[in-house]
Every structure is written in structure tokens, then in C-alpha cells.
Design a protein around this ligand. Structure first.
Ligand code: ATP
Length: 431
């Protein structure tokens, strides 16, 4: 992990938030490459989940919601983790992260206070008066924005059961102990699906979504042997869930959750109907009856999958006695699709190289690099996962051709500059 954290900082994927002030625990900033990769993950998810399906629609709800939403959802009363303090060093932990009573910070054994429940909701105030009546919460999940809009979406889209809503956005949890880089943070992004089904079909759809979501990670290049589904034991289920399985990835620190896939029953729609006075149900025209749908919820983060994609793609190999570090990212996820590299900063080469770069920019996210030796520049692109380098050399001035070099095989082919966009499009399908 240390190597990956260092690569992420050095190459502009991820920086510590407010670093010049000493940082803020549980918050991270995405740099020029990180934001590209994050957008690529969100785009790939949206394409699979919304664009390519006939039974899904998108949403983008506000982060701030009526405070009663979080009372109805159960978050105000029960969204809490058990917290303990080490009496020896005063460090604070989630009780379920402690092994054999040993403090992870100072090593003291049996020095913990009794566990106290700690609510993870971030509170703030809406408007100029800071009193109980103006309290609002930063949403801890995007899901509720979809539940409270159930009626609006149903009437505006005329969807029939089964159908789903999808949303991507920021969520906030005042985690007791943010850790493992971007794995557990206090501000993060989620990609959530709420899939509404007839109650008798819930089990079938739960199984369907577990398979479907595993497949998504594999399709984007994650090694299947590093992924698994783990069912939550009944005692550990959230208050709303009838069943839940996590998609887990084998990180250097162990198997950890990327995404939870829960059967939320009709809990949320029932609660909001009760608390708001607006009945949230579906009228089945064929059967002539009102149904309160069950909800299957595949709830993924963006940050945890991003970390898993990087960890999985991180490769070290030896090439002619030298170490080569590369990210074997699926081209759809790679921040930069092609880098234009003039063989040198020679005055004759640079104008052609810049023309080639300008030609590619409307089509792909690109980079241009003319500093240091060509070998070093290939390595720099390998390290950030750029699938193709385009080299402009002295021959280019004669034959109006360039060399395309592929990241993983390092194979090179010569193509005419006029056919370069097409040649890259062919090699970058679905990008
Ligand atoms: P954990 O048990 O690790 O706290 P959770 O089961 O509470 O996670 P969910 O409520 O199922 O998480 O949230 C769905 C997804 O949102 C998670 O699988 C994860 O990818 C992401 N997520 C949740 N909490 C965090 C966090 N603090 N930092 C980063 N991502 C998070």
C-alpha cells in the first residue's frame, strides 16, 4: 500500500486534503489524474446501469434534505457505531476494529473504556439561526433521495415494476476512525441503485444483482480471484435489511468491502409513507392492486473501487535488467488514453508533435511530454496506466507516420498520421 499511496501523490492522483495546514483526517483530494479516473469509473457505471438498460432511470437529489427524512429512515436513532477509547494513549477506535483488546496505536492490552454508541451523522444548520429547529444533516447515503422521489419518478416516467433508480453523489459519515487511505473517509462518493420489485420476486432480484455487480468489476479488468461475495450474518444486518451481501476485494490489508447489495424490503417506502403522510406505493394495473415494492440496493462507493482498480492494476516487472512499474488499467478507466512524445525537443520535431497532439485532443484525454529520454517518458506513462504512446521521430517528417506503442506488450506499430485517430479508436473500444 505504501508504494501505491506514494505513486498516487507523486503522479497527481490523490493528495491529502488541506495538506499545507497539516491535513484533515478522513478527507482526500483528487488531483489531475485522480479526477479523470474517478470520472471514468462513474461514467462506466452509469453506462452499464442507466444507459444500456431499459429498466433504470437516473436521479440527482440534493445533499441536504428535510431532517425528518433521517428520522423516518432510522438514521437519527440508530446510525451509530460502538466507540472505545484507549486509557493509555487516548486514541479512539470503532470497537469492532479492536483485536484481542490490544490498542493498535500504543499496544496496551485491556485498557479500553466501555463501548459508547456514536452517531455518524454530520449535523449543520440551514439559515442564519443556529438552533434545534434549523438542524439539517449531510446525507450519509444517496439512497433516501431516491426513496422520497419514488412517486415523482413513477408518475414522470411511467415505469412498470421491476424498475430501478440510480444516483451518484457525495455522502458524509463522521467515521470514528478514518483509515486505509481513501478506503474509509468522512466524505466520499457513492454509486447507488434502488431497484423496486414485487415482494415475492425480491430474493430472485437480490441474486441477480449480486452476480451482475460482480461481473461489472471483472469486466473492468479486476482479477476474479481477488473478488468475492460475502453474506452478512443475520445478527449483523442493518435495521432495514432482510439480507445483505458484500462484494469484497483482497486489498494488501485484507478482504474489504467495495459494495453492499442489500434487500431493504419495503422498510423505507413504508417509513416515508408513515412519516410524510404521502402513500408511496405502486398500482399494478394488470392485477388491479396497490403494492409497496421491495427494494434491492446495490450500493457501491467510488473511492473504494478506485483504490481496488489501482491496486489490482499495479504491476512491477523487469525489462532488460530494469524495473518497470505499470498500471495495467482497463483503457476505459485510464486517466490518459494516449500520450504524444516527440523523440526529442528538436526544433524540427516539435511542431509536428504538437500538431499530432492537437489532432487527438478532441477525441481522447491526452498528454504531451518532451522532458528527458524517450525511455523515461514511456516509463512515466506506464506508471499512470496510459494505454498508448504516440512517438513522433525524424522519420515522421519524411513518411508522415508515427509509432504507436502499447503499454502492456510494449509492441510498436507504424501508422500514417492521417489514420492515427482511427487507429487509436480501434484500439480503444468503448472509451
Ligand atoms: P463499512 O462496513 O465499511 O463501514 P458500510 O457497510 O457501512 O461500510 P454501506 O453503508 O453499505 O457501507 O455503503 C455502501 C458503500 O459506500 C460501501 O460499500 C463503500 O464502498 C462506500 N462507503 C461507505 N462508507 C464509506 C467510507 N467511510 N469511506 C469510503 N467509502 C465508504
Amino acid at each position: 500500500m505504501d508504494e501505491i499511496v506514494s505513486l498516487c501523490k507523486r503522479r497527481g492522483f490523490i493528495f491529502q486534503s488541506s495538506e499545507i495546514y497539516g491535513g484533515l483526517a478522513g478527507a482526500w483530494d483528487y488531483g489531475p489524474l485522480g479526477v479523470e479516473m474517478k470520472n471514468n469509473i462513474k461514467r462506466a457505471w452509469w453506462k452499464t446501469i442507466v444507459q444500456e438498460r431499459d429498466d433504470m432511470v437516473g436521479m440527482d437529489a440534493a445533499i441536504l434534505m428535510h431532517p425528518q427524512v433521517w428520522v423516518a429512515s432510522g438514521h437519527v436513532a440508530t446510525f451509530a457505531d460502538p466507540m472505545v477509547d484507549c486509557r493509555n494513549c487516548q486514541a479512539r477506535f470503532r470497537a469492532d476494529e479492536i483485536e484481542e483488546g490490544r490498542c493498535p496505536t500504543c499496544g496496551a492490552v485491556g485498557q479500553f473504556t466501555d463501548a459508547r454508541m456514536f452517531n455518524l451523522l454530520f449535523k449543520t444548520f440551514a439559515g442564519p439561526v443556529e438552533d434545534e429547529a434549523s438542524v439539517v444533516y449531510l446525507r450519509p447515503e444517496t439512497a433516501q433521495g431516491m426513496f422520497v422521489n419514488f412517486e415523482n419518478v413513477l408518475t414522470s416516467t411511467r415505469k412498470k415494476l421491476p424498475f430501478g433508480m440510480a444516483q451518484i453523489g457525495k455522502s458524509f459519515r463522521n467515521e470514528v476512525n478514518p483509515r486505509h487511505f481513501i478506503f474509509r473517509t468522512r466524505e466520499f462518493e457513492q454509486m447507488e441503485i434502488e431497484f423496486f420489485v414485487r415482494p415475492e420476486d425480491a430474493q430472485k432480484w437480490h441474486e441477480y444483482w449480486m452476480e451482475e455487480r460482480l461481473r461489472w468489476y471483472v469486466d473492468l479488468g479486476v482479477r476474479p480471484e481477488k473478488l468475492r461475495l460475502t453474506a452478512h450474518p443475520e445478527a449483523d444486518l442493518a435495521h432495514y435489511a432482510a439480507a445483505c451481501s458484500d462484494v469484497e476485494y483482497l486489498f494488501p490489508m485484507g478482504w474489504l468491502e467495495l459494495e453492499g447489495i442489500a434487500n431493504r424490503r419495503d422498510f423505507d417506502l413504508q417509513q416515508h409513507s408513515k412519516e410524510s403522510g404521502t402513500t408511496l406505493s405502486y398500482f399494478d394495473e394488470e392485477k388491479g392492486e396497490h403494492v409497496v415494492p421491495f427494494i434491492i440496493e446495490p450500493s457501491a462507493g467510488v473511492d473504494r473501487p478506485l483504490l481496488a482498480f489501482i491496486v489490482d492494476a499495479y504491476t512491477q516487472e523487469e525489462v532488460r535488467g530494469e524495473k518497470r512499474v505499470l498500471l495495467k488499467l482497463d483503457p476505459r478507466l485510464a486517466p490518459v488514453k494516449a500520450a504524444v512524445l516527440p523523440l526529442s525537443r528538436n526544433d524540427k520535431l516539435v511542431p509536428t508533435a504538437r500538431e499530432v497532439w492537437a489532432m487527438l485532443r478532441p477525441h481522447f484525454m491526452t498528454a504531451y511530454d518532451d522532458a528527458q529520454s524517450i525511455g523515461r517518458r514511456y516509463r512515466r506513462q506506464d506508471e499512470i496506466g496510459t494505454p498508448f504512446c504516440v512517438t513522433v521521430d525524424f522519420e515522421s517528417l519524411e513518411d508522415e507516420g508515427v509509432t504507436i506503442r502499447e503499454r502492456d506488450s510494449m509492441e510498436q506499430v507504424r501508422v500514417p498520421i492521417t489514420g492515427l485517430v482511427e487507429a487509436l479508436k480501434e484500439r480503444l473500444p468503448r472509451c
